[in-house]
Design a protein around this ligand. Structure first.
Ligand code: TYM
Length: 327
């Protein structure tokens, strides 16, 4: 069975970008693939050197994933820092990762610009740690959103380079995965290209009805179409993208027709969208409430997940050490 791995940094609650970009694909895969899911707490240190409570944040994500429908009996869920084996592979991969290529990644350049006083080596080698997360299980498919494409390219490069250097096909070449066939990017409703924690424009799965409505009603729009069947500008397309995901096809068609006939009223569209997002999130919200109050269950799930992940990691490390020349 093909192996699948997915991860998230515990730097806040799950938002709709995380959900539709990665979580939803992962949930559909857990039945048919040998899948694992983890919380990348080490990664969060690259930008949050003093996390208030990294373990508390990891727990929140764990509870939220369970609420989304992740089944630990099908996909073990673990916390990255519980699987120290990842560090050994990270070290080996770093020996074959070059300064130039690491410096050229857009996420490194962005982060270096955003935190000029903290351009640390962890930030530089973020892609090697991510590659280690994936390759430690010899995973073949990685459900991620479009924003992770460059990190995935690096992971493929490191896998190929390692195989080539040691003359054995130890690692499969991991592919980004989305059921739609195309990597997904969920936009922000504030007119920015992407919904993201650092963009500060997220609708969170835990948001209540009132909060969702407030955020959606604030979405940026324009003066409306001036000719029939015209192309939608980006901010308007963003609203329709959301509607396509959370609303019924009839609702989407209704507003699309209104756009085409220049009769669209953005206020009505936003109200409908807020209602549909709320309907979508309500059961997940209840689940979050349930799991967040069940510490013993979360502890047990993380512990069992780590045990399974370590088993898989140790198998890979044995092969890796052997080809490199360590016993
Ligand atoms: P992170 O924590 O930023 O996001 C977790 C997942 O959510 C997706 N995502 C989005 N997808 C579509 N549209 C958006 N607006 C959006 N915002 C977030 C991300 O693509 C991601 O899949 N480097 C990773 C964490 C990581 C990882 C890994 C992932 C570390 N090691 C190994 C997979 C495999 C990250 O920062 O994701």
């Amino acid at each position: 069975m093909e192996k699948v791995i997915s991860g998230i940094r515990p730097t806040g609650n799950l938002h709709l970008g995380n959900y539709f970009g990665a979580v939803k694909n992962f949930l559909r895969m857990q039945e048919d693939y040998d899948s694992m899911f983890f919380i990348a707490d080490w990664h969060s240190l690259t930008t949050h050197p003093n996390p208030e409570n990294i373990q508390k944040n990891a727990r929140i994500i764990l509870a939220e994933y369970l609420a989304c429908g992740l089944k630990p009996e099908l996909s073990p869920i673990y916390i990255q820092s519980d699987v120290k084996e990842v560090l050994e592979l990270y070290l080996f991969l770093n020996m074959n990762a070059y300064l130039g290529e690491l410096e050229r990644t857009t996420s490194f350049k962005d982060k270096a610009r955003k935190q000029p006083n903290n351009v640390n080596a962890g930030l530089l080698t973020y892609p090697t740690l991510m590659a280690a997360d994936i390759l430690i299980h010899r995973a073949e498919k990685v459900p991620v959103g479009k924003d992770q494409e460059q990190n995935m390219e690096m992971a493929r490069k490191f896998a190929k380079r390692f195989n080539h250097t040691y003359g054995e096909e130890i690692f499969p070449i991991p592919q980004s995965f989305s059921f739609s066939g195309e990597m997904i990017k969920i936009p922000g409703l504030d007119g920015s290209g992407k919904m993201g924690k650092s963009e500060g424009n997220c609708i969170y799965l835990k948001d209540d009805e009132k909060t969702i409505k407030k955020k959606v009603m604030k979405a940026v729009t324009d003066g409306g179409p001036s000719s029939l069947n015209s192309e939608k500008p980006e901010v308007i397309q963003n609203l329709f993208t959301f509607m396509e995901i959370v609303s019924s096809p009839d609702t989407f068609e209704y507003f699309n027709d209104k756009w085409n006939s220049c009769e669209i009223r953005y206020g009505d569209m936003k109200k409908q969208l807020a209602e549909d997002i709320n309907k979508y999130c309500a059961p997940i919200r209840e689940g979050i409430e349930y799991y967040s109050n069940n510490d013993a269950l979360l502890d047990r799930i993380a512990k069992e997940g780590a045990e399974k992940a370590r088993e898989s990691a140790q198998e890979t490390l044995k092969l890796v050490r052997k080809v490199i020349g360590f016993k």
